[in-house]
Design a protein around this ligand. Sequence first.
Ligand code: FAD
Length: 289
Amino acid sequence: MGLLTDAAPARAQQIAALTGGWGVRGGTDRLIAALVRHYERVGGRLLLRHTVTALSRDPAGTCQIACSNGFSMKAASVASSLGADNTRALLSTPRNSRRQLAPAIFTVHFALRGSWPGIGHHGLLMCDEHHASVRAVRDKGILPARSSIVLSHPSAVDPALAPVGHAVFRAATIVPNLRQAPLDWAAVGPQLERAILAETGQRLIPDLADRLVMAFHTTPADWANRLALPGGTPFGLREPARAAARGLPDNVVLIGAQAGAGAAIPDVLAGAERAAGRLLGQLRSAGKG
Ligand SMILES: Cc1cc2nc3c(=O)[nH]c(=O)nc-3n(C[C@H](O)[C@H](O)[C@H](O)COP(=O)(O)OP(=O)(O)OC[C@H]3O[C@@H](n4cnc5c(N)ncnc54)[C@H](O)[C@@H]3O)c2cc1C
């Protein structure tokens, strides 16, 4: 059964509150490095900074991939994590009507002098208006005055992530994606960062402002500009899109959060495994696997 991805940020909050949620020791890069090691062990090759600008197929169905840096390659099949609309655009096939995207996320990363053994690795600063604020973002694309904050404190369990005598935190909150509300994030971002730091200080660390060493934030505009995420949301489509791949050639399959397969890493990995099985099956039946 597909995950209702518009519930993802709220679900993340529930998971944080109910289970405590855990990150990767050493940082998420360690998970990526492990996945890359496995990919290379089975013969894969990772090319970074290669922006795909075109995907075409010859009459025999072989795919040709072209990148903005001039690199090109042929492939028997392609697994695309760019979502249905962007993949169709690369293939120059007509797009379907635009699907609704899940809300996005705003994060504030900050470092403080001192240590807080009483603040857990993962927690939820729930606000009184929690349900109303989630509905405002999800259904109306409104940025509420207050919403709940998921607070991660990774150095609580992995002290190497912060210099001695310091602690690092990440506060995250649900916000409208860029299609729901084209907010001016250059102006809104600093205001929201200040509000989140103030709320966290008021509820947990009264002298937070005095102890603050550094802080920076990421907005939906950053996700859109840096990662080309449609609408600036890392949580993919609002609903499972069974028809997302309709009209795509058999040897071009959609993977990743933007495929509607799910909004979190476990869903993305499960979707990738299904896609790999499907593509290997095609190669075997064509006598190439
Ligand atoms: C702040 C934050 C916290 C999160 N926390 C969690 C968590 O605790 N647990 C969890 O399970 N999930 C979490 N997620 C969600 C998780 O990160 C995503 O579900 C997952 O990364 C999606 O993987 P993906 O491969 O579909 O897409 P991405 O990881 O977004 O990768 C897509 C890649 O494609 C690249 N790309 C785009 N266009 C092109 C092009 N034309 N050519 C070449 N490359 C291109 C992008 O640059 C990007 O690197 C979080 C997300 C965010 C933003």
